[in-house]
Design a protein around this ligand. Sequence first.
Ligand SMILES: C[S@@+](CC[C@H](N)C(=O)[O-])C[C@H]1O[C@@H](n2cnc3c(N)ncnc32)[C@H](O)[C@@H]1O
Length: 208
Amino acid sequence: MPASADGIGKRYMGREIAGVMGWQGAGWLERPEREREERTDLLVAALQLRPGDVVADIGAGTGYLARRIALAVMPGGKVLAVDVQPEMLRMLESMARQAGLTQVKPSLGTETDVKLAPSSVDLAVMVDVYHELAYPHEVLGSIVRALKPGGRLVFVEYRAEDPNVPIKTLHKMSEAQIKREAAAHALDWERTVGTLPWQHVVVFRKRG
Ligand SMILES: C[S@@+](CC[C@H](N)C(=O)[O-])C[C@H]1O[C@@H](n2cnc3c(N)ncnc32)[C@H](O)[C@@H]1O
């Protein structure tokens, strides 16, 4: 299909895939008002993390969430911070180092594969990422392989159901669409958290 202004011209399960946010947008990810606008404290609480957990932050960007998740899995846990843009990973590494968070591990993935070891992850999370994966089926498959049996996969997306959420249409997803796309994988829906101002947190568990 012809690409729309914010899309890549490729459809998947009835939606156009959004374009990737470039590393030049890093400042928006780190904006000081983000905590208040998105209540990232509630987001991290919704993940129900435990000390020692191995968390994969897929599409970690500058590591805004990875740094907060790292604090919640101490002692003993770690955050595998995956991105496809080396520029993002360089910023992520520098900010994590400045914060003294050695348990944040930058990791370069590809457009089709997160490149994590099989059955190595307790929880994988994508915050504002899934809608812009150019190969959503392949990437989701690679994430499911990386999860331990019974591990959790969490989608955090801006709510398409709410016209008041001030985000472009292709960068939002409905809960129904997330569930439809996850159904193509060995994942069981567990719960949806609706406590955040703009996003829903949709939690699945790996089957088997
Ligand atoms: C809008 S940013 C969100 C960053 C971060 N999750 C946050 O909320 O601060 C989306 C990120 O997903 C990354 N991304 C896009 N496609 C990806 C893929 N196939 N695998 C891993 N990361 C990807 C982009 O490079 C970008 O850093």
